[in-house]
Design a binder for this molecule. Structure first.
Ligand code: ATP
Ligand code: MG
Length: 252
């Protein structure tokens, strides 16, 4: 069976490599889903990389894309605030801090829904590998930290597809702060949870907020079964683990 799913591919150097054509496994929605979607037509795989600011998501996704494309898979990347419909407006609303928690949450849900309908589902229908740099779990964790109702959030994100794999890059808040400083020399207002009033000091607020987010992720994993990846290791070791897990998911 596995043999039939191996296709031969010639590289530019004319080496022959085998591409593992993933088996089509049934997809399902987290809850009520979107109307009119034929789940059995979704042939591609949805792979989600979750993790805090600076946890190494972009680093790992870049490697995963290079590896997947190099082995003959077409990839599509999605992420938060990347919809053509509302990403610019969402960015402006955040800069002005003008929205209530509920409307901000709905704005993010709209951004997600637009990408789901117009990018994720078409790409999965075409058999592509969709790599999501964060998914509904970050959105849920952020809102849960802000005291929003879990049943309401579960219903709101009932439109989402259950991914084929979810990886949570786990990095301590102390390590995160060093990476973020090294990368951008500053902390972000929202990623430091400054709207929560945890501390007037942004550095202290970042540590507290990221610890709260981490607790929520650990709790969400009981329901949504993430693979928790120890991401304080060297990038190549983290990548090795991701690659192995994805490989076994594709071969399953
Ligand atoms: N395993 C690692 N060990 C040490 N440093 C790392 C590791 N992975 C990434 N970094 C570094 O940490 C910084 C943040 O990495 P990266 O941009 O990949 O994270 P991110 O999760 O995408 O962050 P953002 O939330 O800002 O998009 C970068 O400077 C990167 O080089
Ligand atoms: Mg990034």
């Amino acid at each position: 069976m596995a043999k039939r799913r191996l296709q031969k591919l010639h590289t530019r150097e004319n080496d022959v490599v085998s591409v593992l054509v993933p088996k089509v496994t049934p997809k399902r929605f987290i809850g009520h889903g979107l109307p009119g979607v034929q789940l059995e037509q979704l042939r591609g795989k949805l792979i989600v990389v979750e993790g805090a600011d600076g946890s190494g998501r972009s680093t790992q996704i870049a490697r995963l894309v290079a590896w997947l494309e190099g082995t003959g898979h077409h990839t599509v990347q999605v992420g938060l605030k990347r919809s053509t419909l509302v990403s610019e407006e969402l960015e402006k609303a955040q800069q002005g801090n003008i929205l209530s928690r509920t409307t901000l949450s709905l704005f993010y849900a709209t951004d997600f829904a637009d990408q789901l309908e117009n990018m994720i589902l078409p790409a999965l229908r075409a058999g592509s590998m969709v790599l999501a740099d964060r998914y509904i779990y970050t959105l849920m964790a952020r809102d849960l930290v802000r005291g929003m109702n879990e049943a309401w959030l579960t219903s709101l994100y009932g439109i989402a597809l259950v991914p084929d794999a979810v990886f949570y890059l786990e990095v301590s808040p102390e390590q995160l702060v060093q990476r973020v400083f090294a990368k951008t020399k500053q902390l972000d207002y929202w990623e430091s949870g400054m709207d929560l009033g945890l501390s007037r000091d942004m550095f202290e607020s970042f540590l507290k907020y990221q610890a709260l987010m981490h607790d929520q992720f650990r709790r969400l994993t009981l329901t949504y079964k993430f693979h928790i990846i120890e991401a304080e290791r060297a990038p190549e070791l983290v990548f090795e683990e991701l690659r192995e897990r994805i490989q076994s998911m594709l071969a399953a």
